[in-house]
Design a protein around this ligand. Structure first.
Ligand code: KE4
Length: 439
């Protein structure tokens, strides 16, 4: 049994200060019903709680830590940057440096605007799409998460083309009415919606590789169909690559699947652990953004020099030319992730537990489900009790996984072959615990 005494005391105090004792809900461990370890430090692939427990970390701060925690080059660059001041509220060279590097990897982003969170990036991209097209409706997909701006906290209304209903109190019916939510990976559903109200749709926003219902991949041809339908109806296609950017492949899902969106949202990795996100895309669209155009968007700490530094150093590391004959950084992560998943699949089979194992580059995840998982309904039908048992059995063995079935796991450049071997070995006990449930 893990000793989490200090974490429990810290959690009790935190709950007297912040809602649920956390600054973001998933960290509360509510869905796995246990005390969240309070973290004191992290280095490389490891994370350490204040009770002295160490773990191999596959959450990676929900994606940003692609080069591992406290990478020496990132830390050094940050120390030097901090000594030059932490924020000026004025243009700096490093903002252009980071913009150039991102645009080299994402050529569809002909212009880019830095913001401070994925929520801001998608919220701004939607406002821009509405400003550019003069239309008001947006289409999103059930199970895809794009941050917590009102237009995007909307469930599917009853029936396909009726408009959304708020998925959170505080979102007005009026706002929700302008959002249509349809099932992911269902061509007929999006075709029907676009047939009926495509001329009113400003944008279709999608996680091209979905990471917020667990990891769910687009069906063959699905993203191509979204591109065709949006072009046909004059709506913009927005790829929310906040999570899958630099993960599904170095160039994200748009490179992996060969689809060019009109706008792209990025986040997480481009800040290297500090608050950075961005939106960008076609020049004729981005020119509508203030101060060049009439669509307003601003931010006190947007392009913050410290955050830019962490992001730039991180991206420099993952975009470096590999040694002669070596695979590049992203390819190496993909290979190592595949090895881990294959090991988990072997251990699950040995324990007689049926899982669906999904991978997209260095993103991965499993479902305790007899059948394939292609959308939110499938993901929701997976065995949540089995997930909880698995999660705790792995945490007890020092493997730090996301505390929710509806999240995705991430591998970093700091994860060694030994880490992967240990994680595969731990899965033997993890799946055995699931197999013994209810016996
Ligand atoms: P933030 O506002 O949390 O920086 O980004 C929102 C966002 C936008 N788009 C995608 C595809 C995302 O995955 C996210 C945020 N991801 C979650 C993890 N599922 C962040 C973790 C959290 O909410 O604490």
């Amino acid at each position: 049994m893990l000793n989490l005494e200090k974490s429990a005391a810290a959690f009790a105090e935190a709950k007297t200060l912040m809602p649920g004792g956390v600054n973001s809900p998933v960290r509360s461990y509510a869905s796995v019903g246990s005390t969240p370890p309070f973290i004191g430090r992290a280095e490389g692939s490891k994370i350490y709680d204040i009770d002295g427990n160490g773990y191999i970390d596959y959450v990676g701060s929900w994606g940003p830590m692609v080069v591992g925690h406290a990478h020496p080059r990132v830390v050094k660059a940050l120390q030097e940057a901090a000594a030059r001041g932490t924020s000026y509220g004025a243009p700096t060279l490093i903002e252009s440096e980071l913009a150039k590097l991102i645009m080299q990897v994402y050529p569809s982003m002909e212009r880019i605007r830095m913001v401070n969170s994925g929520t801001e990036a998608t919220m701004s991209a939607l406002r821009l799409a509405r400003g550019y097209t003069g239309r008001e409706k947006i289409v999103k997909f059930i199970g895809c998460y794009h941050g917590h701006s009102d237009s995007l906290l909307v469930n599917a209304g009853s029936g396909m083309a009726t408009f959304g209903t708020p998925s959170s109190p505080g979102v007005t019916r009026g706002t929700a009415a302008d959002t249509i939510a349809v099932p992911y990976n269902d061509e007929a559903a999006i075709e029907s919606v676009m047939e009926r109200c495509g001329s009113e749709v400003a944008a279709v926003i999608v996680e091209p590789v979905a990471g917020n219902m667990g990891l769910v991949l687009p069906r063959q041809g699905y993203l191509r169909r979204l591109r065709e339908l949006t072009e046909e109806h004059g709506a913009l296609l927005i790829f929310d690559e906040v999570m899958c950017g630099f993960r599904a492949s170095l160039g994200g899902a748009q490179a992996a699947y060969g689809i060019t969106p009109d706008l792209t949202c990025l986040g997480k990795i481009i800040g290297g652990g500090l608050p950075v996100a961005a939106y960008g895309g076609r020049r004729d669209i981005m020119q509508r953004i203030s101060p060049e155009g009439p669509v307003y968007q601003a931010g006190t700490l947007s392009g913050n020099p410290l955050a830019m530094t962490a992001g730039l150093e991180t991206l420099r590391i993952i975009t470096e030319e590999p040694e002669e004959g070596e695979a590049d950084y992203s390819r190496q992560l993909t290979i190592r992730t595949k090895k881990l998943l294959l090991g988990w699949q072997e251990k699950a089979k040995k324990a007689g537990v049926v899982i669906q194992a999904h991978q997209a580059g260095s993103m991965f995840g499993i479902f305790f489900h007899e059948h394939e998982v292609w959308n939110y309904d499938d993901a929701s039908a997976s065995d949540q009790e089995a997930f909880k048992v698995w999660f705790h059995a792995m945490l007890e063995q020092g493997i730090y996984l996301a505390p929710s079935q509806f999240e995705t796991l991430f591998l970093s450049g700091a994860h060694t072959d030994e880490d992967v071997e240990r994680t595969i070995e731990a899965a033997e006990q993890g799946f055995k615990a699931v197999a013994e449930m209810g016996k």
